[in-house]
Design a binder for this molecule. Sequence first.
Ligand SMILES: NC(=O)c1ccc[n+]([C@@H]2O[C@H](COP(=O)([O-])OP(=O)(O)OC[C@H]3O[C@@H](n4cnc5c(N)ncnc54)[C@H](O)[C@@H]3O)[C@@H](O)[C@H]2O)c1
Length: 315
Amino acid sequence: MKERIIMIGANGQIGSELAAALRQKFGSENVITSDIRTPQTLKDDEIFEIINVLDKQALKALLEKHKPTQIYLLAAMLSATGEQYPQKAWDLNMNGLLNVLDLAIELGIKKIFWPSSIAVFGPHSPKQQTDQYCIMDPNSIYGISKLAGERLCEYYHAKYGLDIRSIRYPGIISWKTAPGGGTTDYAVHIFFEALKHGKYSSFLSAETELPMMYMPDAVRGTIELMEAPAEKLTIRSSYNLAGISFTPAQIAEEIKKILPNFELSYVENDPRQAIADSWPASIDDSYARNDWGWKPSFDLEAMTKDMIENLKTNV
Ligand SMILES: NC(=O)c1ccc[n+]([C@@H]2O[C@H](COP(=O)([O-])OP(=O)(O)OC[C@H]3O[C@@H](n4cnc5c(N)ncnc54)[C@H](O)[C@@H]3O)[C@@H](O)[C@H]2O)c1
């Protein structure tokens, strides 16, 4: 079947790179991007529509107009911003998802991608090699909304047969588009500041270890999951997915191998520290490896080299 994709929330950190990869794979005429904001750049052959995912009537009209076979829903309020606007975060993250799921049933659109996050874990989840199934007691509104979203995805799959696929993304590191207000944003900012000013002040402490992933791995993993045969998938809530785990001190050491004068300092009492402290340090992704063959390709050294090379030549 010829695929036709609509991506909602496509102008953000992940959408902008995922959309480019999907356009390459399926052709620009078959990938429609949409967002509540106009994109900074748009090529002649790219199709873009303004949409507020919370406006269900407008969303229905958009889906009827383009008749997609797949929806990628990326619009969300992320962890750090969510703590400033908890009601808005809940509204966008839950009702945006419910609008998409309900319209998918109504209009017969079977295949959906919706990302969850490592924020679904909480202070009582195991810290190291956090299992797919374990205690999950998120204490950020973002994590609470993502865990509820996962339950909805599994429910809509079981009850209505929707082919929903999902990944619990770790912190995503990229150089093309700025991150959108998450707790792991430091690991992107650190590279920009290292090249611009030779120093960075981290809002997370030296020993805060968090699961992260380089954008090319995240994009490849997402497309591999969407391409996997449905019968291979045993998880319909959201898959654990691991890339690289490191601390601010460790990434600074890696940056220093290329930029020896780089200096890292730390800001204390940032509210994002409490969120980070409640999250895993590393992730067990054996279900993704066994079910659909997931394997990350970038380690800390390879990612650091690639980030710095690209930022030097392209930004
Ligand atoms: N970036 C990460 O490190 C990370 C980690 C875990 C999970 N995720 C998840 O991946 C998804 C994409 O994340 P991202 O980092 O690209 O986020 P982002 O904040 O960079 O982008 C989100 C996009 O959604 C758009 N948007 C906001 N409200 C909207 C609305 N009402 N209607 C339509 N569009 C709207 C924004 O304009 C923005 O372009 C989110 O679900 C996020 O929770 C991201």
